[in-house]
Write a protein that binds this ligand. Structure first.
Ligand SMILES: NC(=O)c1ccc[n+]([C@@H]2O[C@H](COP(=O)([O-])OP(=O)(O)OC[C@H]3O[C@@H](n4cnc5c(N)ncnc54)[C@H](O)[C@@H]3O)[C@@H](O)[C@H]2O)c1
Length: 311
């Protein structure tokens, strides 16, 4: 049985464990600083396994020893947004938490592949790569599956078509400047631009960009967790099952799309080696401009991190 350790047993961490346990994909460890909480959630989830008929071990801990020998480490530890906050407002606090989690987990799981969820996402993935010294293949950020799923859900709501027929691709940074690619998105092969009137499509794009904020404003005490955690579980499954699945992920740029030394949302192939390949789309002028605007914003957060932390 594979082993996945999830650092941060809050809303996204615990829900990621839930999705993973349902898939019977790996034995699970939940780590959190709050005493008793990861143990309590793990025990509760473990007691659900006989009901759903899954043979999975789920262990909670307050230290990293329990994570030893993990195949995948998922980092969700850190503060989430409250109404009025941007993801970048979380940088200072979360850099400390994620930096420490990255270093400590690597000591126990030198062969692990990292999936990072903590915000600001692109920058926290960069920090994890720099702190662990791992190659880019082994540190991947989750954002694009979620942003694309939000767009797919909105298209399904508008059209009444099955989500299975709806393919949407949202790239770029995980912020309000993200890049929903309407030209590449389609319903059963029919371009979205043909299927939907322009005003409806524009409204969907705008709602997708603010999709996280809409939920923060409704919840008032935290941010989204069902869809983000489902996205983490899909990435873990693609890696452990060596699926060669192409999904939008935050990946370390080494010249792709003209970007360097930063994490950014691009289509990537995931398999047992982690990030196996980055796929480069051909952009038109409008898409290129959106992509560059998003990259400039993500670069700023990377620069802020470099001023804050020695890398
Ligand atoms: N990338 C994405 O698409 C995406 C989506 C949703 C949330 N997020 C981000 O994920 C993070 C977690 O969100 P959440 O809703 O689970 O928040 P949460 O507050 O419910 O959970 C975070 C958990 O981290 C724990 N924690 C804090 N410091 C820790 C440490 N040093 N070691 C271990 N655990 C520690 C906290 O005790 C808490 O239980 C936030 O930064 C949020 O913005 C990202």
């Amino acid at each position: 049985m594979n082993k996945i350790s999830i650092i941060g047993a809050g809303m996204t961490g615990a829900t990621t464990a839930h999705w993973l346990a349902e898939r019977e994909l790996a034995n699970l460890v939940l780590v959190d600083v709050v005493e008793g909480m990861p143990q309590g959630k793990s025990l509760d989830m473990l007691q659900a396994m006989p009901i759903i008929g899954k043979d999975v071990s789920i262990v909670g801990a307050n230290d990293y020893a329990a994570t030893a020998g993990s195949d995948i480490i998922i980092i969700t530890a850190g503060l989430a947004r409250k109404p009025g906050m941007s993801r970048d407002d979380l940088l200072t606090k979360n850099a400390d938490i994620v930096g420490a989690a990255a270093i400590e987990t690597l000591k126990y799981s030198p062969d692990a592949i990292y999936i990072v969820l903590t915000n600001p996402l692109d920058t926290m993935a960069y920090l994890t790569m720099k702190k662990t010294g791992l190659p880019r293949e082994r540190v991947i950020g989750q954002a694009g599956i979620l942003d694309s799923a939000r767009m797919r859900a909105f298209v399904a709501m508008e059209t009444g078509v099955s989500v299975d027929n709806i393919n949407c691709y949202v790239l770029g940074g995980h912020g309000d400047e993200m890049v929903p690619l309407t030209r590449h998105s389609n319903i059963a092969g029919i371009p979205l631009k043909e299927y939907l009137p322009a005003d409806k499509l524009e409204a969907i794009v705008a709602r997708t960009r603010k999709g996280g904020g809409e939920i923060v404003n409704l919840l008032k005490t935290g941010s989204a967790y069902y869809a983000p955690s489902a996205a983490c579980a899909q990435m873990a499954e693609a890696i452990l099952k060596n699926k060669h699945l192409i999904v939008p992920c935050a990946a370390y740029m080494q010249g792709e799309y003209g970007l360097n030394d930063m994490y950014f949302g691009v289509p990537a192939m995931l398999g047992r080696g982690g990030l196996e390949r980055i796929i480069e789309y051909k952009f038109d002028e409008e898409e290129k401009a959106m992509f560059e605007k998003s990259a400039a914003s993500v670069k700023e957060t990377h620069d802020a991190l470099r001023k804050l932390v020695e890398l």
